[in-house]
Write a protein that binds this ligand. Structure first.
Ligand code: HEC
Length: 239
């Protein structure tokens, strides 16, 4: 399963662990198929807990090489968790077969540079991060930001002053190589084009506040220059 990854957002509140936005990304050369996964809870003290019915999913999931799919119901709530509990994810069955990732290189790089990148640099309103901004912005406001404000702030950003939001953002869509190597940045962004329904691409729905519910943008109208700028390039990319 080389290069495959399970993506999720984990939030521990009291002793309730909530996993959301779960997705499985299959490695670039492997079709991945998994069945009925469940969590095994390993507390620091006490017995290992296994409860596939409540802390697991039923059914089968097939993910073609190099693509990302919603992981079953995408959400899992686990009770009686303490901060030092460890978890294992067990699959009832896993199988793989050799596969080939769809074309990852951009086919409309010029439009990416002339239309999408300027849009990525334009500032729009954000939603405050409850963990970070509550102290800095007590009235609930948060400063406007551009896509590049968050999506270029990964672990090895030059000033090492990135916030957790920026690290997560850059893990999801890495635009750090903009200007240095636009081809690489373009391929990263392209991974979020939904070729079956381009208008439903998270690249377009996230800025409109209609995509990932955890995405920290307030949302602009569908005809806003930021959306238009990205859309023009998204429309031109070939699968
Ligand atoms: C305030 C920070 C912030 C800004 C500004 C921001 N993003 Fe994000 N973005 C995030 C975070 C955090 C994630 C990861 C969300 C997750 O994993 O649930 C993300 C993820 C994404 C993803 C991957 C899909 C997903 O939802 O996980 C896309 C595509 C995306 N953002 C597009 C954009 C675009 C386009 C812009 C500019 C119009 C933008 N983002 C601006 C923080 C930001």
């Amino acid at each position: 399963m080389a290069g495959s990854a399970l993506e999720l957002v984990a939030d521990l509140s009291g002793n309730v662990l909530t996993l959301t936005g779960m997705k499985l990304l299959a490695g670039p050369a492997t079709n991945v198929s998994v069945e009925a996964p469940f969590l095994v809870q390993i507390p620091k003290v006490g017995r290992v807990r296994i409860d596939p019915k409540n802390a697991g999913f039923e059914g089968k999931l097939d993910v073609p090489a190099g693509t990302r799919k919603e992981f079953f119901l995408q959400e899992l709530v686990v009770l009686n968790v303490s901060a030092d509990t460890r978890f294992k994810l067990v699959f009832t069955k896993v199988s793989t077969s050799p596969g080939k990732a769809p074309n990852r290189e951009c086919t409309a790089l010029d439009l990416f540079k002339s239309s999408a990148v300027p849009a990525f640099r334009q500032f729009i309103d954000t939603v405050p991060d409850p963990q970070l901004d509550a102290a800095s912005f007590p009235d609930g406001g948060a400063p406007p930001a551009a896509c590049v404000s968050c999506h270029t702030g990964g672990e090895d950003s030059p000033d090492a002053s990135e916030t957790p939001t920026e690290v997560v953002a850059t893990q999801a869509m890495d635009l750090r190589s903009l200007d240095r190597d636009d081809k690489v940045a373009c391929a990263q962004a392209r991974a979020w084009i939904n070729f079956g329904n381009r208008e439903a691409s998270l690249l377009l729905t996230n800025p409109q506040g209609k995509g990932n519910t955890l995405h920290p943008l307030k949302g602009v109208p569908a005809n806003h220059p930021v959306v238009e700028g990205i859309r023009k390039w998204v429309a031109a990319e070939q699968p």
